[in-house]
Design a protein around this ligand. Structure first.
Ligand SMILES: C[S@@+](CC[C@H](N)C(=O)[O-])C[C@H]1O[C@@H](n2cnc3c(N)ncnc32)[C@H](O)[C@@H]1O
Length: 551
């Protein structure tokens, strides 16, 4: 785990008091219960912006080296797993004439879920031997009760399914409806262009810092000029990354992945919003037709474009084991508690990186969804693989909620006592917690805990509004420490966690990320100041970034 301040090497599993979650809610899984609500809306700005990062590989290698050394040294000090069988097998690239399908299948040694045979191949169902005889032993009262129990269970099941589907549909419809306005508009017309650019820079920073694997970093330690493509040794042999993006939206991060330090071989983008997936596919198609270019504009051409596949998929409510490309790369469909020991020993999945940007808070509607999300992440990652992402920071929410209750109580205490209670029929409106500014707001439609500690840690719904982002999508608090505790059940070890504005402070003078911020319009080239209004800074401070390793 990384300190949220300074550059000290992160130590796994030891929370830094400075960034430890004020929620402190570490729950045993059995105690976690749901706490659901309905309705609302939102979208994150900047999620679909193409970064202007076409020249970053021109800057000196020094800082890239520093970043990766920092990361991997830190890991070695922690519980670094031995290189997995997968990584050893995967060292050399497959022959260039192999189709992508052959390639991924060979790379992955993950167990595939057993397919059920076609209906006509299935053996005819036989009646349970003795079933009739056992029924015969029950008295009619017992039989009736049993039947009632079964019916009640089915009813509850149907209600849960329809409620979950209701929420997912709202989210899907909202994102499907968000217009794709084009890069030029986002860069010039948007009222929140500073915030959009900043969010994109943070995502690029995470990709730059945490996507390369240990082997790549180790090799690069001995190779001074690796950042310069022409100087890279053994390029054709270089192992390339397999990347899975959960909640990829309209494909706004494709350009960032194209510029990852270790090249990407395959990018898989999944999202339940079918129209967003079509837009992501189109975007990729346009990049391909430009010859892989993400916007060279007279500068050095960007690196060759990876192969990409997209599919419409709910990544938190369902297993990913039925997605064709996921099967081909490799997935352990039972990752997590009670999963197969063999599968987890061999690493399970075939992906090097799973990423989820501005999306995992949708999983926190329930424990079931959160666990499904983690099972999908862990099941798709090989040992040593990285899970990187950004989401709302529960520390911010906790401090706002507890401040709200403190103020409310102070106000109530200062009020003169009313001689009589409310008159008949008079309804006293409950004050609800919320905050924000001209461009964004957060509102809790229901009660919030006075302490700001979200227990149980699921289902704490709020409405997020963002100028130019609109509509009502339910979003849920991700109580950080409870989440981190849960990740351990899935062999995911926290390596890094940092609030957005601290990332800026840490990385703004980096030899590559600094100039990148200027090219992306995050910082003024002359003054060096962040090109965000105070409102925008306030809005981005709602988020933090993370990286976990699969151990
Ligand atoms: C704010 S957007 C972020 C898109 C993209 N990751 C980015 O950073 O530009 C949130 C995305 O999460 C997706 N999402 C919501 N529920 C999801 C689920 N159950 N599984 C996967 N993605 C989901 C939405 O459809 C939407 O595309």
């Amino acid at each position: 785990m990384d300190s949220s301040r300074g550059s000290g090497a992160p130590k796994p599993r030891t929370p830094n008091p400075a960034e430890a979650d004020k929620n402190g809610a570490v729950h045993s899984s059995g105690a976690m219960a749901d706490h659901n609500g309905q309705d609302d809306r939102k979208r994150r700005p900047g999620e679909n912006d193409t970064p202007e990062i076409d020249q970053q590989h021109q800057s000196g290698p020094g800082n890239r080296r520093k970043r990766m050394q920092e990361r991997h040294q830190a890991r070695r000090r922690g519980r670094t797993p031995p290189p997995s069988v997968f990584s050893r097998r995967n060292r050399s690239r497959s022959p260039s004439n192999a189709t992508p399908r052959d390639d991924y299948s060979r790379r992955s040694r993950s167990p595939l879920p057993r397919r059920s045979p076609e209906p006509e191949e299935q053996p005819k169902q036989r009646k349970r031997p003795g079933g009739g005889a056992r029924a015969g032993l029950m008295n009619p009262e017992q039989l009736r009760r049993r039947q009632e129990e079964r019916e009640r269970a089915m009813e509850e099941d149907a209600m849960r399914t329809s409620r979950d589907r209701g929420v997912s549909d709202v989210v899907r419809q909202h994102y499907n409806a968000v217009p794709e306005r084009g890069r030029e508009w986002r860069k010039t017309e948007s009222k929140i262009k500073g915030l959009r650019s900043f969010n994109n820079w943070v995502k690029s920073t995470l990709i730059q810092k945490f996507s390369p694997d240990e082997e790549f970093a180790a090799r690069f330690n001995d190779t001074k000029d690796w950042a310069d493509d022409s100087m890279r040794p053994n390029q054709p042999e270089e192992k390339q990354l397999l990347v899975l993006d959960l909640g990829c939206g309209k494909g706004g991060d494709l350009g960032k992945w194209q510029l990852a330090p270790q090249k990407v071989e395959l990018y898989v983008g999944l999202d339940p919003a079918n129209i967003s997936i079509e837009q992501a596919r189109d975007r990729y198609g346009q990049m391909r037709s430009r010859g892989g270019g993400g916007g060279g504009r007279g500068r050095r051409p960007p690196p060759a474009l990876f192969h990409a596949e997209f599919a419409t998929k709910d990544c938190f409510g369902e297993s990913l084991a039925d997605v064709n490309i996921i099967q081909r790369v490799g997935i352990d469909p039972n990752a997590g508690p009670g999963g197969s020991l063999m599968a987890s020993r061999w690493g399970g999945g075939g992906f090097d990186v799973v990423t989820s940007m501005f999306a995992i808070h949708y999983a926190f509607e329930s424990e079931e969804k959160t666990r499904q999300m983690l099972s999908n992440v862990a099941g798709c990652l090989k040992k040593g693989g990285r899970f990187i992402g950004v989401c709302p920071n529960s520390d911010v929410i906790t401090s706002k909620v507890s401040a709200f209750h403190k103020n409310r109580k102070e106000r109530e205490a200062a009020k003169p006592a009313e001689p009589e209670g409310p008159e008949d029929g008079e309804v006293q409106e409950e004050e609800r917690c919320g905050w924000g500014n001209d461009i964004y707001s957060v509102r809790f439609p229901g009660d919030t805990p006075e302490s700001g500690v979200f227990r149980p840690p699921f289902g704490w719904k709020y409405t997020y509004f963002m100028s130019e982002a609109v509509e009502g999508v339910p979003e849920y608090v991700v109580p950080w420490e409870a989440f981190r505790a849960l990740t351990e059940d899935y062999n995911l070890e926290l390596q890094y966690r940092k609030p957005f504005l601290e990332i800026w402070e840490d990385e703004k003078n980096d030899r590559e990320l600094g100039p990148l911020s200027e090219r992306m319009g995050v910082r003024d080239r002359n003054t060096g100041e962040l090109l965000m209004t105070e409102e925008e800074k306030d809005a981005v401070s709602f988020y933090h970034a993370f990286c976990f390793y699969k151990v």
